[in-house]
Design a protein around this ligand. Structure first.
Ligand SMILES: [Fe+2]
Length: 202
């Protein structure tokens, strides 16, 4: 994955890209790659991550995840931590944490924590290739101890989840002043934060 800075007004980069610690960690397996072109504005891709309500109606989760938000001091990074419960095959539950970090509109990472001894992490780069066309490239990492078992299942769940969203993306329309419900707070917070990444001329 090669990242390139482009600014509509030729301004220099205003924030640094994150380093990915799992790339050099011997406990983690080689990343898998995934790439997809989607007929949406690139902000729709970023919003998907910050829209807790759709996890129930599009992805079939049983509950809207509670989400905490924080912003880095310079404002360039947004962190959202979602909490969810995972049912195990023996009838138990595991408390899962989904840690999502977003830098600008085009770069984000997701880490799943909660399954003892198993690590799952992904980083995605999203770039516009047209007014309503986006290319999204993903690096998917998991720890070596689960690469061939749970890792495989996790990767196919992630890629299947993208196809769930596909139907919604293909039919989305943009509303200047949408009606938000109470559970949409993360989405409205995200929209407020994302405005800083558009230049005056955009
Ligand atoms: Fe989604």
């Amino acid at each position: 994955m090669i990242l390139v800075w482009h600014h509509a007004e030729d301004k220099p980069p205003s924030w640094e890209v994150p380093s990915v610690p799992h790339l050099d960690d011997p406990e983690w397996a080689e990343p898998r790659t995934f790439e997809i072109e989607i007929p949406v504005h690139m902000q729709d891709m970023a919003e998907n991550n910050m829209d807790p309500v759709h996890f129930v109606y599009i992805h079939g989760h049983n509950k809207i995840p509670e989400t905490e938000f924080s912003f880095s001091e310079d404002g360039s990074r947004l962190t959202a931590i979602g909490h969810n419960k995972l049912q195990t095959s023996d009838g138990g539950t595991i408390n899962m944490e989904l840690i999502r970090e977003t830098w600008g509109l085009g770069l984000s990472s997701i880490e799943s924590r909660g399954i003892p001894g198993a690590g799952f992490f992904m980083i995605t780069s999203t770039a516009p290739i047209g007014p309503r066309a986006t290319i999204s490239r993903w690096l998917l990492f998991c720890t070596k101890n689960v690469a061939d078992t749970m890792g495989e299942e996790w990767f196919s769940r992630i890629t299947a989840g993208v196809m769930d969203d596909w139907r919604a993306w293909c039919n989305k329309i943009h509303l200047e002043n949408p009606v938000f419900c109470e559970a949409d707070v993360p989405l409205s917070e995200f929209r407020r934060w994302a405005k800083q990444f558009y230049s005056e001329t955009a």
